[in-house]
Design a protein around this ligand. Sequence first.
Ligand SMILES: Nc1ncnc2c1ncn2[C@@H]1O[C@H](COP(=O)(O)OP(=O)(O)OP(=O)(O)O)[C@@H](O)[C@H]1O
Ligand SMILES: [Mg+2]
Length: 379
Amino acid sequence: MASFGADDAGMNITAAPTGLPAAGAEMTFGRHGRRTGMTQPSTPTRPAAISAQGLVREFNGLTAVDHLDLDVGRGEIYGFLGPNGAGKSTTVRVLCTLLSPTAGRAVVAGYDVATQPGKVRLRIGVALQEAALDPKQTGIELLRLQGRLYGLSRSEIDGRLADLGQLIDIGDALGRPIKTYSGGMKRRLDLAAALVHNPEVLFLDEPTSGLDPVSRARMWEEVRRLNRELDMTIFLTTQYLEEADELADRVGIINDGRLVAQGTPDGLKRSIGNDLIVARLDASAARAREAVESLPGVLSVEAKGDEVVVTAIDGAEAIGAVAVALNTVAAVRHLTLRTPTLDDVFLELTGNHIQPNGRGPGEAGTDETTGRETVEVGR
Ligand SMILES: Nc1ncnc2c1ncn2[C@@H]1O[C@H](COP(=O)(O)OP(=O)(O)OP(=O)(O)O)[C@@H](O)[C@H]1O
Ligand SMILES: [Mg+2]
């Protein structure tokens, strides 16, 4: 839950002209210049729920958010992915009117964050990275207080609590002091508090950091349900590749305050390269090249010992035909489709991994982080 009581220095930005530029294909350039034009032309078709142009936030000379352009459509789940210190929380705080922009402009739920912060606040819900929950309060006390802060009547609050009970699975714990909650329950309560006034746009700043895999999966389900059942726009920051990949319709990748890439998870991954199909045969793979290289979508074939490595434009599309063709050479014992990951995208653009070891703490061994989908075939 975010408290809107403690604004920083007043919003003194001059209002930009009303009316936002038409949505169009964007081009983003990696700071390292390794690759350009990574941004996918997948701008939302619905009216913007969040829009920013040239947004800058500085702290004593440090540029935490550096000329950010955003366009998040209504009903979209937008994943804002980046490493520690990339500027994710600062962006959220500016979009939620908790920090004033140093320059640029942002419009959220139809209102300018700098000149109409009150109107923005009524229409957004915010669960910040560090939830500030009073341990002595019970869950229900917190939710009622939050409802009153938004000016809801007692009966409206009762109605909302009933709705939230359906949406957010906190169960019997609501009557207990918050200090007895697990980390996952606290996050879900914080999410419920952010939803009491039925916001149009929900900001979640790293909603699953520090959660175990079960709690993380539950949080994902809540987020999906809010989006699906209420058509809520959700702006979600994360440093977990898997989270962005699983939840987000589109992903913006941020590094050093700059948006370095944007697009659908699949589009981003595909944009950095081709898929690899790795097969292990029951016999020598010497004749594999001949059998596979002329198949549609196959770019190259390497055979060594009993292993064949096929590079394909779209591995998922080619893998069936490749398996059939290889089976004419020898029985296929093992077939692996290796697709690029969002971390490969980040690496290509910045020269670094998103996480120091290239994966999130909860993601060890998952298919997404290794980029492997293993398909067992044959015997
Ligand atoms: N209030 C502040 N005063 C000074 N510097 C700040 C302040 N808040 C953030 N910063 C700096 O701005 C940069 C971006 O920080 P921010 O918290 O937005 O990153 P983040 O992407 O949310 O990181 P994390 O994944 O660790 O939460 C960092 O260099 C940080 O030290
Ligand atoms: Mg943060």
